[in-house]
Design a protein around this ligand. Structure first.
Ligand code: ATP
Ligand code: MG
Length: 315
């Protein structure tokens, strides 16, 4: 990874053991200004990685836990009551408006348990994520990280519906270190908390000082436009998407392969992936990030076959 991105990744490594894909996806999302959905069981450092990403990039951070009764002001800012005299009468007009704060002024936001938000809040969230505007206001929002627990019975958690899921260009599963074949990461985590001094300072939950500046981040973002996505990479992408439809029978009913995401946004993700690898043009290697883009968009068996398909494209 190039300079600042490398520093950020290294910092995440210093504080969080394992979850390498999630760390790389978070850095990519921040540079590309895309949103990420992380799904995994409780206590697998999802929140920790999101707050570290924001702290290490020196960006304004907003964090909220969504619940069945989440009201708009909890997400958007305090309600202000404005009184103004009514012309030609003794009466007054009372108006409620939201003083922009929270998600509306954040640059990085963490929305925990996003699927629990009630309809009204969810609709506004989707609009804000998609358009990065609220009414007349253009938002500074770069990257939203939304989390959810697995949607199986054990967690009584609802799945995001397709329109919601499509807001998150990147979507990854986060697994407990205890489920990995390699016991080393779990041992390192145990050791980390057995010896607090191994972490910076003595508090393993402390937040770091920024390792890159907003300007560096902006420069990286502008550099995206100068990265080329050559014709053979675009052809390979189309070939893969075509195979998903013809060989794996992906369709509107079982998959979420939207034109917006796979024919438009994907290019920016390829550019980001190439840029972070220090290249000025995308290569077939950048297609690997399709695995992060399809975790919950494809049937599980098809998603599992994707690495094999990607290897075949490269061969
Ligand atoms: N891989 C890890 N590396 C370092 N610390 C970890 C790791 N996994 C868990 N922790 C510790 O466990 C705490 C709990 O993690 P966190 O709150 O981020 O989990 P979560 O996935 O957001 O859980 P929930 O779904 O309940 O919100 C972290 O603050 C951190 O102290
Ligand atoms: Mg959490």
């Amino acid at each position: 990874m190039i300079g600042p991105a490398n520093a950020l990744h290294k910092l995440l490594d210093d504080y969080v053991i394992g979850h390498d894909d999630v760390k790389r996806a978070l850095v990519l999302a921040l540079v590309c200004r895309e949103h990420v959905y992380l799904e995994g069981p409780p206590g697998t450092a999802k929140t920790r990685m999101a707050e570290l990403l924001a702290a290490a990039s020196g960006l304004r951070f907003f964090r909220t836990q969504l619940h069945r009764d989440t009201r708009l002001p909890e997400l958007l800012g305090d309600v202000v009551i404005e009184r103004s005299p009514l012309p030609d009468s003794d009466g007054e007009q009372i108006r409620h408006r939201i003083e922009p704060g929270r998600l509306l002024t954040a640059e990085v936001a963490l929305l925990d348990d996003v699927s629990r938000a009630p309809g009204e809040a969810l609709n506004v969230l989707l609009q804000v994520l998609n358009e990065r505007r609220f009414e007349e206001l253009i938002l500074p929002l770069r990257c939203v990280i939304a989390t959810g627990n697995p949607t199986d019975d054990a967690y009584a958690n609802e799945a995001l519906d397709p329109a919601q899921l499509d807001r998150f260009a990147l979507q990854l599963r986060v697994s407990s270190l205890l489920t990995l074949e390699d016991p080393e990461p779990a041992r390192r985590l145990l050791d980390r908390f057995a010896d607090n001094d191994a972490c910076e300072g003595s508090d393993p939950e402390a937040l770091p000082a920024p390792v890159w500046t907003r300007d560096q981040l902006d420069d990286l973002h502008s550099a995206l436009g100068r990265v080329e996505v050559p014709g053979h990479v675009r052809a390979a992408l189309l070939e893969l998407l075509r195979r998903l439809v013809t060989e794996y029978h992906c369709n509107d009913a079982n998959s979420l392969l939207t034109d917006r995401t796979f024919l438009v946004k994907v290019l920016r993700m390829f550019r980001g992936s190439a840029l972070l690898a220090g290249r000025t043009a995308a290569t077939l290697d950048d297609l690997d990030l399709l695995v992060w883009m399809t975790t919950f968009r494809l049937p599980a068996a098809v998603h599992a076959a994707l690495p094999r398909e990607l290897a075949a494209l490269r061969a």
